[in-house]
Write a protein of this length. Sequence first.
Length: 355
Amino acid sequence: MERCDAASRTCRSEPLDGDMDGYPPLVCGGSDCDDADPLVHPAASERCNVRDDNCDGRVDDGVQTCGSSCLPETGNGGCGLGCDRAVLCYDFLGYRSSINVPNGADCVAGACRCAAGSGARCDTTIEYLGSSQSGDLRITGVTACNVDFMTNPFFCGNCTTNCTRMFGRDGVCEAGMCRCPADRPTLCGTAMSPICVNTQNDTRNCGRCGNACGAGQHCVAGMCSDCMTAGEIYCPGPGCVNPQTNPFNCGRCGAVCPSGVSCVSGRCACPAGTELCGGTCISVSDDPMNCGGCGRRCGCGEGCAAGACTPSPSCSGGTTICGGATVCPFNSNQHCGRCGNACGVGQSCCRGTCV
């Protein structure tokens, strides 16, 4: 290309370089295969854009760019889209990653084709739903062979149903139907960004979609908690405790069981054969003040055996038979003065009178 040098008033011949990248175009004997794009020249790095960026005659050779990660190309077709599989790059809720989609096709005469008798075939566009930041990613011209419509998440039930668009990147195909996987059975998110979660342990969707736990909290059994173990509660001082077994926080924070008393199923409980009476474990089988139960006092001079009040060795006025049992109406709380005359709560029988 010639131009006029105003200073010397002479014509000067210079190589043509339309995009000013320092490389003349092929038409002028140069090496730039696209003189309109300064990013395309022999020293350029190959990008995933279905173009020959470094002018070596090959499109997207060598790498599939996915964020900051590079994946080797898996077959003919360029940009990671080989006949045997498709490499999809996506940005899902802020996480960049990739996924391989087995296709089972062969490269024949530069085109992906299914072998004879290879079973169900789908020629379609695979779409993977990305975030609003990256938009939908589409890889066109995918030929999938030996498609199992019962289990293939990209061709579930037919060639057009893609579970990853309906249920996000974790969508699965079972018996020809799309759904979330068993360990994340609940579909949350939005129509543009669906996601499968487990609402029993997901801190961003605890108990229900969109219910986020506070900073530092955990999602335990579908409830936001400061503790990580199911059944535990947070109590000031000791921290996370199990109110079903903790004797210092039995049933609730601060509920302390008496010394020697255990916490069983959230209630203070005494050892077998005893009951908690007035904050003390009492043997109700032989305590005349708590005979057979707390507060069941035996009569004047009566003893307690096997949880029942027994008459004194000597009974003023003699014993009598009440209901087939020998009793002393002089001091029997159940038969005070006569059969069937039971003293009220807190009363006792002395000399045949409830007092």
